[in-house]
Design a protein around this ligand. Sequence first.
Ligand code: AMP
Length: 427
Amino acid sequence: MIKAVRGTRDLLPPQTELWNFVEQTAREVFRGYHFQEIRTPVFEDLALFQRSVGEETDIVSKEMYTFEDRGRAASEPGQRLALRPENTAGVVRAYIEHKLWERPGVQKLYYMGPQFRRERPQKGRYRQFYQIGAEVIGPPSAGSESPARDAEVLTMLADLLDRLAIENWILELNSVGCAQDRPRYNEALRQALAPVVDKMCADCQRRAVTNPLRVFDCKVPQDQPIIATLPRISQFLDQGCRTHFAQVQEILQGAGVPFTLNDRLVRGLDYYTRTAFEFTHGALGAQNAILGGGRYDGLSEALGGPPAPGIGFAIGEDRVVLALEDAGRQVGRAADVYIAPLGAGMDTQAARLGRELRRAGIVVELGDESFRLKKSLETAAKTSARFAVILGENEAQSDVFALKHLASGEQVAVPRAELAARIKAGS
Ligand code: AMP
C-alpha cells in the first residue's frame, strides 16, 4: 500500500474546520491592521535561499528539498530549484522583482501556505508544514525602520493569539543590534568560546569558527551551561539600537502587550537586525515555539534590491492547531436539516427543496429515496442535523412538510414558504 510520505500528513475533517478557523481568524485580524495577501510560488531558485536564509544554516545546508529542472535544450543545464523552506525570501524577492517600493508607503503583506524542510519528524514537527506570516517592508523614507512598525506587528500577533483564545502565550523579545555592533560582539563571542569550544557539540565547534552567533541555536542539553556563560548581545548594542529597542518596548507597554526580555534569542545572519522575537506556548512541550520573527533591515540589499528595511514573522500553523486541539477546541457547523425523501421520484423534489433552503443560507444534507423512514431518521441523527424534513408524495403535492426536531422528536407541519424561517429560528 502506498502511504503519505514520512513527515507529511493528510488533514482530514473535522480537523480541517480548525485549520479554516485559524486561517479565517488570521485574515480578519490582519485586515484590521490593513495587511494584504501575497502568494508566491512553492518552489524558487535555490540561490534565493542560499543568499537569504544563509548557506550555513541547518535549513539550507541540511534540510532543503532541492532538484534540478530540465534545461530548455538537451545541452543546456537545468536550473537548480528548491521547495521553499520559508516564505520571507520569496516575499522579498517579489518586492524587488515587482518594484513594490514604487507603491506608496510601506508594504504590509501576509501569506499562508506549505513550507518544506527535511527535519526529523515528531509531534509538532513535520517535513511539509504550514506557516502564516507577514512582512512589513519599504523604503526608509516610508518609515519602515520605525519602532512603531515593530510594535504594530507584535500587537497584531498578540491580538491574533487572543482572538484564537490561545492562552498563556509568552512573547520573548530581544534586540540583536545592527551591522556596526555585530563585529565587536562576534569577537567577544569568539574569545569566550575559544577555551571551551572543544567541550561542545560538533555543530558548535563549526559555528564557533564560521558564525559564533549561531551557537545560540544549539539545542544540545550538555552545551547549555556553557552557552549560559557567553557574553550577551545586550552589552554590545550601540546607542541607535538601544533607543530603537527601548521605543519598541515603550509602545508595547502602552498598548498593553506583555513581553519578557531574552537576550539569548538571536538570529545569526548579518541582515537580521535589531528586534528579534518568539512566541512560545507551554502546552506544546519540546516544540513550544509557535512563531518567530524579527527585523531584517539588510535582506533586500543582500538579494540585490534597494535599501528596504523590514520586519516579519512566521507562525507555525500546525502548532497553533495542536494547541487548540489540546485545549479541546471544536469548531465547524453541523447540518441544519436533513431532507428525507420517501418513495420513487422524491429525490427530484428533495433536490429542489434543498436548493431553495441552501439559497436561504441553511446547511442541508440530502437523503435518498431508496431509504425507508427509519433508516432516513437514523442517518439524519448520524449527520448531527438539528431537523429532518420528511418529503413524501403527500408533502410534495400539498407543499406542506413534516419538520421534525431530532433532539426532542417534536414534529410540526410547515408550509414550504415558512420552512427556511422555521429552521433558522430553531438553529
Ligand atoms: P522559522 O521559520 O524557523 O522561524 O519558524 C517559524 C515557526 O514555524 C516556528 O516557530 C514553528 O512554529 C514553525 N515551524 C518551523 N519548522 C517547523 C516544522 N518542521 N514543522 C512544524 N512547524 C514548524
